[in-house]
Design a protein around this ligand. Structure first.
Ligand code: SF4
Length: 164
């Protein structure tokens, strides 16, 4: 056990935040300073380990939230981001894109530094997300911490399938 948190995995191979693509999805991206920046989650080896992981369980523990289900995912006007340049991604990818607004910008030594939230797609996700949960009538949206939500990609016990 790691204090009051979920049990640590033996290594990254046994961690809920490492999907089959071998990336670490523990954290959401912080905002950058350039418009339309895409994000790449870092690769980790199966034998790596850290102090922020969580052992894969029965699907009722911590896990990864899909961006499309996250309260921090923002699509202005309810539509995908429309960049000046597609950066090699197809139009369909951008049609299902939005901004990750999970974190506030950190202070820096620069004056007048811009804040530009980074872009993720609906099917990406991370362990810092908070799922939107609807009541039975479809109203009253309530954020739920990723650490306690059941809103995960089904069939993966808190793990995401292969990610684009
Ligand atoms: S799941 Fe939420 S916090 Fe995580 S990357 Fe997507 S929008 Fe950001």
């Amino acid at each position: 056990m790691s204090g009051m948190g979920p049990p640590l995995p033996q290594n990254c191979a046994a961690c809920v935040y490492r999907p089959p693509d071998g990336t670490c999805r523990r954290h959401a991206p912080s905002p950058g300073t350039e418009a339309f920046e895409l994000v790449y989650w870092p690769k980790v080896k199966p034998t790596d380990r850290c102090g922020s992981g969580a052992a894969a369980g029965e699907g009722d523990g911590p896990g990864v939230i899909a961006c499309q289900s996250c309260v921090h995912w923002y699509q202005p006007g309810g539509v995908g981001i429309k960049p000046d340049y597609r950066q090699g991604r197809p139009a369909e990818w951008w049609a299902s894109s939005g901004y990750c607004t999970r974190f506030a910008p950190s202070p820096s030594s620069e004056n007048d530094r811009k804040t530009m939230w980074r872009v993720t797609s609906a099917v990406q996700g991370c362990g810092d997300g908070q799922a939107v949960e609807q009541d039975e009538d479809g109203g009253d949206l309530t954020p739920t911490s990723a650490a306690h939500s059941m809103d995960r990609v089904p069939g993966h016990a808190g793990r995401l399938p292969a990610l684009p």
